[in-house]
Design a protein around this ligand. Structure first.
Ligand code: PLP
Length: 394
């Protein structure tokens, strides 16, 4: 039954339909694979963040099942009451060793890791300096902290320094925060320069490595390893939901900073911890990163092949340097039409428009994985060529 007090939501949805911005959820009916079945159709899947194909890795599945048999399906409480299990502690130790840091804490998601950490660490009197393209979870964390937020243009080191110079007289906590790899552009933050600025101006340096964990650095250790910035970044966030193949987020820092988050990060205190199967899966994923580095190499081989192919076809791939390659078409309705026709032709690449990306920068976003075959990627390029020519995109 329609309810008068909710009518405005229906109006808003109709407005999205009129603007061709309404999106129906695509339903995955198989495992998350390089070729998957969505909405009854087998398609080459260029839309997952399953960079290393770990969602279906035999060892991860086995460890999840064993954990269910031994520990059940749920943790039954938040971490700070009765919901810290041996497996949670083992995962945090595993991550800290892998990342070569003092300590780590695991959150329910990368989103809660960012939002919970920024909110806990900064207060009303403090200042956050943030790249304009930082992820929504960082933006929400900044807002929740109530600190003053100063945004610098994307990757603009000079503009960032200008802000830092202006606030250099203010004796408050300052946080310089950036994505390591930007999720819509696929480009890498200028970390050596930003880290130097953070050091010079006495800022806490925080990096969100959601799209770099398992992708950049030795064995997929992330951007800090990629740029050799060990011990110079105060807080590193990563996700367990993308390349790691399961679900969750983590924060790496000093013992005391992590202990502080145990006491003050609201998602940690007020939301139930991971089921044991998820923790066991993630532990196994880090073992795979340590023992099967060739998967990461394969990811980059596929990335080079696909990116070169897109460029040769004349697509605008923006500033991408990683397995995330946007194909920018400009108009949102055109991006959604491109995505729709690609899907009908057997390639799934999601259309993305405002507000996820700026007006006029609408795109489809492609992400290759280590498990795509050459034939699949070449087939996707062929399909993209013919659909784009039909739509006069190239
Ligand atoms: C996906 C993403 C997150 C959130 O991670 P989840 O584990 O999916 O919640 C955080 N930051 C960035 C940059 C991301 O791309």
């Amino acid at each position: 039954m329609p309810k008068a007090q909710l009518q405005y939501l229906t109006t808003e949805l109709n407005r999205l339909r009129d603007q061709k911005l309404y999106q129906k959820l695509r339903v995955l009916e198989s495992e998350q694979l390089p070729v998957s079945r969505f909405d009854g159709k087998e398609v080459i899947n260029l839309s997952s963040n399953n960079y290393l194909g770990l969602t279906t890795h035999p060892l991860l599945k086995k460890k999840a099942i064993e954990a269910i048999e031994k520990y059940g399906v749920g943790s039954g409480a938040v971490r700070t009451i009765a919901g810290t299990m041996t497996l949670h502690m083992a995962l945090e130790e595993k991550i800290a060793r892998f990342k070569n840091v003092e300590a780590s804490v695991v959150f329910q998601s990368g989103f809660t890791a960012n939002a919970g950490t920024v909110q806990a660490v900064l207060g009303r009197e403090d200042i956050i300096i943030s790249d304009e393209l930082n992820h929504a979870s960082i933006i929400d964390g900044c807002r929740l902290s109530r600190a003053e937020i100063k945004v610098f243009p994307h990757k603009d080191v000079e503009a960032c320094e200008k802000i830092l110079r202006e606030i250099s007289g203010r004796n408050v906590h300052k946080l310089l925060i950036t994505d390591g790899v930007f999720s819509m552009e696929g480009d890498i933050a200028p970390l050596p320069d930003l880290v130097r600025l953070a050091e010079n101006y006495g800022c806490i340096m925080m990096i969100d490595d959601a799209h770099s964990s398992g992708v950049l650095g030795k064995n997929g250790r992330g951007t800090v390893d990629h740029f050799n910035l060990h011990d110079r970044v105060d807080i590193q966030v990563g996700t367990l939901s993308k390349a790691i193949g399961a679900l969750g987020g983590y924060v790496c820092s000093t013992h005391d900073a992590i202990d502080f988050l145990y006491h003050r990060a609201r998602p940690f205190l007020f939301s139930t911890s991971h089921p044991p199967s998820v923790a066991a899966t993630c532990i196994a994923a880090f073992e795979v990163l340590e023992t099967e580095p060739q998967i990461v190499e394969k990811l980059w081989e596929n990335t080079r092949f696909f990116k070169d192919g897109l460029k040769k076809l004349g697509f605008n791939t923006g500033m991408s340097e990683t397995p995330i390659t946007p194909v920018i078409v400009g108009d949102a309705a055109l991006a959604h039409e491109f995505s729709l026709q690609l899907f009908q032709a057997g390639v799934f690449a999601q259309g993305i428009g405002y507000p996820t990306v700026p007006v006029g920068k609408a795109r489809i976003r492609t992400i290759v994985t280590a498990t795509h075959t050459r034939d699949e990627l070449a087939g996707a390029l062929d399909t993209m060529k013919s659909v784009a020519e039909k739509l006069r995109i190239i």
